[in-house]
Ligand binder design. Structure first.
Ligand SMILES: [Zn+2]
Length: 406
């Protein structure tokens, strides 16, 4: 879990030290990567395997030799080797590709601070101790107790903005006094639907930001590659995206906390991890034949799904940090009747309405899917008289939060 706060380094010396740390982190990372790739290419020339320990020892030797390296921070430089080590661990575990060199021109650069020291100046401002730079101010927008519990931090410069990301131990789960369960589905119209009939809409750009974003994209396409103006436009686009990401991040925190405090367990679609981490592209979903295609009237909903997919993974991840989450196969949840179980594509009367061809049950399409997801994860105990009763009425009983986990 991490908390990102905006950092305001002092102009001059403090700023220079942060830039130096970024440069050193990049340099050490790249040299370390080069050393490892030599080993991969001709391992018989090396008597011992290259790992974090051997590279940290090499770093100590290099610091003795080069004054400029010694002028930097050991903590920062070792942190870069640790990053490299993690990159290789992820590569060997097939979680990531082969580590790549960090370019000077990268928009995002940063370094790690370990053995963290933070202090509170007042209600809105805190300070973090950075080696060689001293105390650097950051704006507090999250609970201080969470920031104080952090064990390490990463300071990043992206799009002209300095931020600090605190790594904190996972938050203790709140145990609500209920046995109610909820099903959660990604709705068609860029929203999240719950089995209790609620819709949660993530914040987007304001109308003004949207206009600005489109104008900037248009300007970018006209500008020459590698030109200073193009870089400036890119940075401004990046700042807009960052603002949206911050807004979405806050929304995810609030929504997942609310769900975790109302329900004891949640069911979500079981998505392949690849879909969660990669940028989604609008394409037909093999699990839901004809769900959408990037053309005609469905193109927009496909795009909306793609936007939603980009933060759905984060949403599900944060939810799982806060409450118990069960993932279920999502195939046909949008075509299945949550009342009688009859499944066919014609049940989807429109994007928004579900009308069962078998029993005539009508419901909001997204809510219907969320109920299906809930029922796939949890066996709901019914009252005996419900089984022979009116089917629509029975479904309402099922949707009521009086259900229990079996
Ligand atoms: Zn039905």
């Amino acid at each position: 879990m991490s908390i990102v706060q905006r950092v305001y380094p002092g102009e001059g010396a403090q700023l220079d030290v942060l830039v130096m740390h970024c440069d050193h982190a990049r340099f050490v990372y790249n040299v370390g990567l080069e050393q490892r790739s030599w080993w991969t290419q001709s391992r018989r020339h090396f008597r011992q395997k290259i790992n974090y320990v051997s590279q940290a020892a090499d770093l100590t030797a290099a610091r003795r030799e080069f004054d400029w390296l010694r002028a930097g921070s050991t903590v920062v430089q070792q942190g870069a080797l640790r990053d490299l080590d993690r990159a290789f661990t992820n590569f060997f575990a097939r979680r990531a590709g082969y580590p790549t060199f960090k370019k000077r021109s990268n928009v995002r650069k940063g370094f790690v601070v370990r053995d963290l020291s933070v202090r509170r100046v007042n209600r809105r401002w805190g300070e973090i101790l950075v080696p060689k730079a001293g105390w650097i101010r950051f704006r507090i927008s999250r609970a201080w107790t969470d920031i104080f519990a952090a064990t390490s931090a990463r300071i990043t410069l992206a799009n002209g903005r300095w931020t600090v990301s605190f790594t904190t131990p996972p938050a203790a789960r709140t145990m609500p006094d209920t046995t109610a369960v909820v099903g959660i589905d990604r709705g068609v119209a860029n929203s999240i639907a719950t089995s209790d009939g609620r819709m949660f809409h993530p914040p987007g750009f304001t109308a003004g930001e949207q206009t600005r974003f489109v104008a900037l994209q248009r300007r970018l396409s006209r500008q020459q590659k590698g030109s200073a103006n193009r870089d400036r436009t890119k940075a401004e686009l990046g700042r807009l995206r960052l603002r949206l990401m911050d807004r979405r991040g806050d929304w995810i925190e609030q929504t997942t906390t609310e769900l975790a405090s109302t329900y004891c367990a949640a069911a979500v679609e079981n998505l392949p991890v690849r879909n969660m981490t990669r940028r989604a592209t609008p394409k037909p979903d093999p699990g839901r034949p004809g769900a959408f295609l990037p053309n005609g009237g469905r193109a927009k909903s496909g795009l909306n799904r793609a936007i939603l997919a980009s933060y759905w993974g984060k949403f599900a991840q944060r939810l799982a940090h806060k409450m118990s989450v069960v993932a279920v196969p999502a195939a046909y949840t949008s075509q299945q009747c949550s009342n009688c179980g009859y499944t066919c594509p014609e049940n989807r009367d429109s994007q928004a309405v579900f009308r069962c061809q078998g029993c005539g049950f009508e419901h909001h399409a997204d809510t219907n899917a969320a109920i299906n997801i809930r029922d796939r994860a949890f066996i709901i105990k019914h009252q005996p008289e419900d089984i022979s009763g009116d089917r629509v009425h029975q479904s309402r009983l099922r949707a009521a939060p009086t259900t229990s986990v079996a």
